[in-house]
Design a binder for this molecule. Structure first.
Ligand SMILES: Nc1ncnc2c1ncn2[C@@H]1O[C@H](COP(=O)(O)OP(=O)(O)O)[C@@H](O)[C@H]1O
Ligand SMILES: [Mg+2]
Length: 276
């Protein structure tokens, strides 16, 4: 696997006193889907902003696609990295939804015709086709997130960063977006970094990275990380219900393992009921 993002000894401070990013090291490989988990204030959004050069590190380096992020490379890197921010309000510039999606593509030298094609394709993917001519600021939070996602996808970048991009959506909306990310993943040429609170979304990722106090404290397969109750609690994260339930059932020797995945838990309960 080839690294696409390499972060080395990264430090950042907003106030020259407290470190929002504190000696962070992380490699993300091409075509990986990485979910970043961490309590509020652990530095996830700061990391996302550093990644696209919106903030400048105090120390350390970020390499994207073999280019070290600097004033000279920042525009190239932004052309290769789509991002959906946590608060979509900061992301709208156009007077209509369609303008807004077009905006991201504007400095990519894409023909008008191709732009229109992509706008139509991605607005449908996020189920917002009825709103193309609407004013973005009049949309609900969830609708804004959908439009922001369509905008990032339309840029067709190698790397996509979603910073809690589905936090304002209802469960169905979240599932739609997760399906969409899964499709992108299956198409097979994108690297996806999703900062999320959603356990289901983290379960779908290839790898989970856990952040605490501005640094990476653990990384591994979603099932390994999510069933590590000590780690999850130590990082202020919710232990999945399936894990808590497994622990109770294990105490009574009903099952032998801790399950993160609901289907696996149900399966082992079936096995137990058949033995009895
Ligand atoms: N614009 C800002 N000015 C000053 N401090 C900030 C700013 N944004 C975030 N911080 C601080 O930096 C730390 C990391 O914040 P953030 O990256 O937003 O965390 P997360 O996204 O994981 O919730 C927190 O202590 C937060 O209070
Ligand atoms: Mg954040």
């Amino acid at each position: 696997m080839k690294p696409i993002i390499e972060i080395t000894d990264l430090y950042f401070s907003y106030d020259n006193k407290n470190l929002a990013i504190n000696n962070l090291n992380l490699i993300i490989y091409e075509k990986e889907w990485v979910a970043i988990l961490g309590h509020n204030g652990s530095g996830k959004s700061t990391l996302a902003k550093l990644l696209i050069g919106l903030l400048e590190p105090l120390r350390g380096t970020i390499k994207v696609n073999d280019k070290i992020l600097s004033q000279e490379t920042v525009y190239d890197i932004r052309r290769e990295t789509g991002i959906v921010f946590q608060n979509p309000d900061n992301q709208f510039v156009g007077s209509t939804v369609a303008d807004d999606i077009a905006f991201g593509m504007e400095n990519q030298q894409i023909s008008r015709e191709e732009m229109k094609k992509r706008i139509d394709k991605y607005i449908k993917k996020v189920r917002m086709e009825a709103y193309l001519q609407h004013e973005p600021h009049l949309l609900s939070g969830g609708q804004k997130q959908r439009v922001a996602i369509a905008g990032a996808l339309a840029m067709d970048t190698k790397v996509l960063v979603f910073d809690e991009a589905t936090s304002m959506l209802d469960p169905q909306g979240r599932e739609d977006i997760n399906t969409l990310i899964q499709e992108l993943k299956n198409d097979g040429d994108k690297t996806i970094i999703s900062i999320t609170h959603d356990i289901k979304e983290a379960m779908l990722a290839d790898r989970v990275v856990v952040m605490k106090e501005g640094t990476v404290v653990a990384t591994g397969k979603p099932t390994e990380i999510l069933k590590d109750e000590t780690l999850m609690k130590d990082c202020g994260l919710d232990v999945p219900l399936t894990v808590k339930l497994s622990q109770e059932l294990k105490k009574y020797n009903i099952i032998n393992d801790i399950y993160v995945n609901q289907e696996d838990l149900v399966k082992s309960l079936w096995e137990y009921s058949l033995i009895k």
